[in-house]
Design a protein around this ligand. Structure first.
Ligand SMILES: C[S@@+](CC[C@H](N)C(=O)[O-])C[C@H]1O[C@@H](n2cnc3c(N)ncnc32)[C@H](O)[C@@H]1O
Length: 258
């Protein structure tokens, strides 16, 4: 059994010896790209994605600065966030109070997948996420909560399998996006549209153990990265048959073959 499947195990990773090492996720460019893309994609696809009626759920709110700004500028948006990092949740609640959006943005401490299986989780059909994406041989990395398994896409694959209708998710080019997009297609998702941005490696992907692992994955054909750069596409994956499927364009934006 994968211990990361257990909410208790997830919470245990938040001991002072773990996430306390670096505090909440911190990568301003990536978070801004995620936030801007969520806002544009939700607005553009409002006729297909019922976020105004149902609200959305968020896997991994971090310090909530990214989506807090979106909630502030979109008065009809309601977000229920979760995060397994206690320090992130504490910071997120401060951010939300400062932005004055506590009536429409809440962040709960816990495992997203436990919440998704609850009655509240089953009321929502849309999830937004810049999920954990760091590929590494094990979770002993700078910020263990960012570990996405050996290929970096474990949580995205779980999200796809969880059965939500609409996902706005960040897909880094080095976290085996071919496997992710293939699985999404098998499960009936179309990529309605996306925004892609080139980024330099940040503190998490520069960690020598992670950097080495990324170079090995890329050499094995499991994604794309330069010496110190990669691409992140934030895509709306939806099961709605009403949208054109742009997954081939997402693959090209992520520098993937074929
Ligand atoms: C890449 S960070 C994104 C943070 C924020 N959304 C942003 O873009 O600035 C991913 C976040 O997911 C959280 N996380 C990891 N596993 C989780 C899980 N199973 N349930 C909820 N949150 C999780 C991490 O603690 C981390 O804060």
């Amino acid at each position: 059994m994968d211990l990361r499947d257990s909410p208790d195990a997830a919470m245990l990773r938040h001991t002072p010896a773990g996430p306390g090492r670096v505090g909440p996720f911190d990568c301003a460019e990536e978070s801004a790209h995620y936030a801007f893309s969520v806002q544009l994609l939700l607005t553009e696809f409002a006729p297909v994605v019922p976020w105004r009626q149902e609200g959305v759920a968020e896997l991994g709110s971090g310090d909530a600065r990214a989506i807090g700004q979106v909630v502030r500028t979109e008065p009809e948006l309601r977000v229920h966030g979760t995060d397994i990092s206690a320090s992130s949740v504490q910071r997120a609640r401060e951010t939300i109070a400062e932005l004055g959006v506590a009536d429409r943005y809440t962040v709960e401490l816990g495992d997203f997948f436990a919440w998704a299986g609850s009655p509240a989780g089953q009321q929502v059909s849309t999830v937004i996420a810049n999920p954990p994406y760091i590929p590494a041989p094990d979770g002993d990395i700078l910020m263990p909560e960012l570990w996405g398994g050996e290929h970096g896409n474990d949580l995205v694959l779980r999200l796809l399998e969880a059965g939500f209708e609409h996902l706005v998710i960040a897909l880094p080019s080095y976290s085996h996006p071919t496997e992710t997009l293939d699985r999404a297609a098998d499960l009936g998702y179309r990529a309605a549209n996306f925004l892609a941005m080139g980024l330099e490696f940040g503190r998490y992907s520069r960690e020598p153990k992670v950097h080495r692992h990324i170079q090995q994955l890329v050499a094995a054909g499991h994604g794309w990265a330069g010496d110190d750069e990669y691409v992140v596409a934030v895509a709306l994956l939806t099961r709605s048959p009403e949208v054109r499927d742009r997954s081939a364009q997402v693959r090209r934006a992520l520098q993937l073959p074929g």
